[in-house]
Design a protein around this ligand. Structure first.
Ligand code: RIB
Length: 307
């Protein structure tokens, strides 16, 4: 089983010609709503890509409003257990998506603030049935830290997406097997803890001293870099026409955990995750863009020859 402890949001997506400048007012060309949140996107990816039923336990807090209701329905339909409805509004993400498919996101935590360390403790028995834990940073950091420590102490694999970077404390890295920042996040994290960013490899060596085991840097259209004690692997990006990159990183993490859980080796798992993420950017929205297992497999078969 794979566990996720993290956020659920409703994404309010405004399509714009280009990012709005400071002090500028611009008209959006479209307004859309999509279920999202980094935790939720990762959990839904696992549910959609996994070959095994009851594969996922998702500890998350959703609001008692109409957005929370939509997320609840979706979790029920996807056999996802573990959500808690709280007496507050659902988490929200306000997203600008440009014509080039780039995004900018502002989140409002709402119900996500209720995912406390005590709630993780209450669910520990169910969570620990899983061998893998997916974490992000959109709930109170102390709950993420506690979850990472809990899984580490039970010999499980912890995959941490350090997004957003704000609020992360260095104690967490000793409990992390795979740290999965994007280009911007690894730079911010390195600057935050070590003063200046030199190179990805240098960052890996620095975080290794804090106890981190493996680093995966998600470089978008430049591919993926992987570092562990003995190897470095470079996975070139699949070439696709990007419509919306929102949640590509989440789809990557969810897909990576599914492949690892099915005992595929690191290189295949990275390729599988890159293919799923590449397919996700060809569609609008967060969870609306998660590909099916058969689409990922077909895509891998066709594209591996051309890479
Ligand atoms: O990673 C993408 C996600 O970030 C969006 O779905 C949004 O909800 C924010 O959490």
């Amino acid at each position: 089983m794979i566990a996720v402890v993290g956020s659920s949001n409703m994404d309010v997506v405004l399509t714009v010609e280009r990012f709005t400048l400071p002090g500028e007012t611009q008209k959006a060309t479209k307004l859309e709503f999509f279920p999202g949140g980094k935790g939720s996107n990762q959990a839904m990816t696992v549910a959609k890509l996994s070959n095994i039923d009851s594969e996922i336990y998702f500890l998350t807090c959703i609001g008692n409003d109409s957005y929370g209701k939509i997320l609840k329905e979706q979790y029920d339909n996807s056999n996802i257990n573990g959500y808690k409805i709280v007496n507050d509004s659902n988490g929200l993400a306000f997203i600008e998506v440009t014509e080039k498919g780039e995004n900018r996101i502002i989140i409002y935590s709402g119900a996500n603030n209720y995912l406390t360390e005590n709630l993780v403790k209450e669910h520990a028995g169910k969570l620990l049935k899983a061998d893998y834990l997916l974490l992000q940073n959109e709930i109170p950091f102390e709950s993420t830290l506690y979850s990472a420590k809990l899984f580490f102490e039970h010999g499980k694999t912890v995959i941490f997406d350090p997004a957003p970077v704000k609020g992360i404390k260095k104690e967490i890295f000793q409990f992390i097997d795979f740290l999965t920042p994007n280009e911007e996040e690894i730079k911010l994290l390195t600057e935050k803890f070590f003063g200046n960013f030199v190179s990805y490899e240098d960052s890996y060596n620095k975080f290794k001293k804090l106890g981190l085991k493996k680093l995966i840097v998600k470089l978008g259209e430049k591919g993926v870099l992987y570092f562990d004690e003995n190897t470095t692997i470079e996975i070139p990006a699949f070439r696709v026409q990007a419509i919306d990159t929102t949640a590509a990183g989440d789809v990557f993490n969810g897909a990576f955990s599914v492949a690892l859980h099915e005992n595929f080796d690191i290189e295949f798992s990275l390729n599988f995750a890159s293919a799923a993420a590449a397919l996700s950017v060809t569609k609008k929205g967060a969870q609306s863009s998660i590909p099916s297992r058969s689409d990922v497999e077909k895509f891998l078969n066709i594209n591996n020859e051309y890479k």
